[in-house]
Design a protein around this ligand. Structure first.
Ligand SMILES: NC(=O)c1ccc[n+]([C@@H]2O[C@H](COP(=O)([O-])OP(=O)(O)OC[C@H]3O[C@@H](n4cnc5c(N)ncnc54)[C@H](OP(=O)(O)O)[C@@H]3O)[C@@H](O)[C@H]2O)c1
Length: 287
């Protein structure tokens, strides 16, 4: 079975490529610059059943070239895992439209482009699995992550719609929605100077939430990779996989309390009061 994964240079994508390879699947592990990823290089050298190829999901020509190469060399794609993504850490007010577009282009249109590339063949064969790596941020908002949340909400809407449209063709679509996963993504977005004037309080709360998540409640990329494999082997996969407990708690509380409670929290100036509210509501001790 051929498993095609995007964004495999680091983090969840690399863990998935290693995990599926170890379980005997033919893996096509892609990245913008495979040669700059030590993990991918060692996967490439140590295993005959994995094919490592360059792919930029924002570039249609790159998608076309890579899909053609895969079809020619290993055959049809049975499983597509849309994992490539970029994070964000800036207020809606100060994010440039160009930056917001880049996030959408990668996290939403990148996955869309890949799905359009594989659906015709999966439909013709009457089988296929598409796994989209979304986020808990596709189910509830997080401050200073507006464009990121928007891209993941959009991906969720697209995936649920697609799942209905292609069910009769034997194509399964699932969303994996992690909370905090210990990957390099958090080091890739410095908190910007532009937000220092009006959003500095949210910047320091972001740092505390991420630190807490990374140190205590987060999971490792392999946990997400194992879930992907469970979806592939499942007779009847679900639509949503919220991982792990942090994400499940976050979404449960957000759904119970509603957006008004979250908006009200945005007015709290005093950190001690804010952290107490968070602890009471979500169980996090951020103080
Ligand atoms: N870590 C978390 O807490 C978390 C939580 C929820 C959801 N997620 C989602 O999980 C996915 C993987 O993230 P991660 O945490 O593993 O972060 P990561 O280590 O930064 O991995 C992201 C991957 O996406 C690739 N990528 C970025 N832009 C690309 C493009 N235009 N074309 C192809 N590949 C591109 C990166 O490649 P380069 O090396 O070329 O940049 C990298 O391989 C993302 O969709 C992210 O939104 C992560």
């Amino acid at each position: 079975m051929n498993v095609f994964i995007t964004g495999c240079s680091t983090g969840i994508g690399l863990a998935a490529a290693e995990h599926f390879t170890a379980k005997g699947y033919q893996v096509i592990a892609t990245a913008r610059n495979p040669k700059s990823s030590e993990g991918l290089q060692s996967l490439d050298q140590s295993n005959d059943s994995s094919l490592v190829l360059p792919l930029d999901v924002t570039d249609q020509a790159s998608v076309d070239t890579t899909i053609k190469k895969v079809t020619d060399e290993v055959g049809d794609i049975d499983v597509l895992i849309n994992n490539a993504g970029i994070g964000h850490g800036m207020s809606v007010e100060n994010t440039s439209i160009d930056k917001a577009r880049e996030i959408m282009e990668t996290n939403y249109f990148g996955a869309y482009r890949m799905m359009k590339a594989v659906i015709p063949t999966m439909r013709a064969k009457g089988s296929g699995t598409i796994i989209n790596i979304s986020s808990q941020a596709g189910r509830r908002p997080f401050f200073l992550q507006g464009p990121y949340c928007a891209s993941k909400y959009a991906l969720n809407g697209l995936s649920e719609t697609l799942a209905h449209e292609v069910a009769k063709f034997g194509i399964r679509v699932a969303l994996v929605e992690p909370g905090v996963v210990r990957t390099p993504i958090f080091g890739k977005n410095a908190l910007p100077e532009e937000d220092k004037k009006h959003y500095e309080m949210l910047q320091s709360r972001t740092v505390r939430m991420i630190t807490k998540g990374l140190l205590e409640t987060g999971c490792d990329p392999i946990d997400i990779a194992k879930c992907m494999l469970d979806i592939v082997v499942s007779e009847s996969p679900k639509m949503h996989y919220l991982l792990e407990q942090d994400a499940r708690d976050n979404i449960r509380v957000y759904d119970e309390d509603g957006p008004e409670a979250w908006i009200k929290d945005g007015k709290i100036e005093d950190d001690d009061e804010y952290f107490k509210v968070q602890k009471d509501r979500y169980g996090y001790d951020l103080s």
